[in-house]
Design a protein around this ligand. Structure first.
Ligand code: ZN
Length: 205
């Protein structure tokens, strides 16, 4: 029996996910103290981003990173890269901090209302919700919710884009967790599942 000619649905290998590790090089990001040692946000974000890449690639997704080592990028560079590469989704990983409130804790995810179109079949808000849901499932951290902000990296992206604040570098318990490989894999598994749950609905216009 003859079937009507149909373009096959884009396979997941066709959908590139760009992972951005916040800060780098001369920009350390927030600084925490653990057992008398300084811990830099830029190192935690890179370490988690590499694990997100690992989980996504294990699941057959194509990924790219904005940096794979300790280098400084202008804030316009990650979105320019994602746009140029025609990515399906963009995820920027950060660690939160707050002065004089060591008890502050939890996970929050931002998107920019300047980039929340549905021409990709899924919005930045949906990506944020899916990622936060799966992160909380694995991390069991406090839910600080979905927030909007016009961050330099997310607002310039054409595709669904989010900025994740994994936890607080100023909270000793969260910092200790975020420094452990085991916990970083939980974070990465949550982020990757949230991305995969969204990217399946994405068609690149
Ligand atoms: Zn940051």
């Amino acid at each position: 029996t003859a079937k009507p000619t149909q373009r096959p649905a884009a396979s997941k290998e066709d959908k590139l996910i760009v992972i951005d590790s916040g800060h780098g090089g001369k920009d350390s990001g927030a600084v925490g103290m653990l057992d008398g040692k300084q811990i830099y946000e830029k190192d935690l974000t890179l370490s988690i981003a590499k694990k997100v890449r690992e989980v996504l690639e294990k699941n057959g997704y194509k990924t790219d990173m904005t940096r794979t080592d300790d280098r400084f990028l202008e804030l316009t560079e990650p979105p320019a890269q994602a746009n140029e590469e025609n990515a399906a989704a963009f995820v920027s990983i950060h660690i939160n901090s707050v002065d004089e409130a060591p008890e502050a804790s939890g996970t929050e995810v931002y998107y920019s209302v300047l980039n929340n179109g549905d021409s990709y079949g899924a919005t930045s808000e949906e990506l944020a919700e899916n990622v936060l849901t799966r992160m909380l499932y694995y991390m069991r951290s406090k839910n600080r919710g979905i927030k909007t902000a016009d961050h330099a990296v997310t607002k310039r992206c054409k595709m669904p884009a989010i900025l994740i604040e994994v936890g607080f570098i100023t909270n000793e318990d969260e910092l200790r967790n975020m420094c452990s490989d085991e916990y970083q894999y939980k974070v990465a598994q949550g982020i990757a599942e949230g991305i995969m749950n969204t990217v399946k609905d994405i068609t690149i216009p």
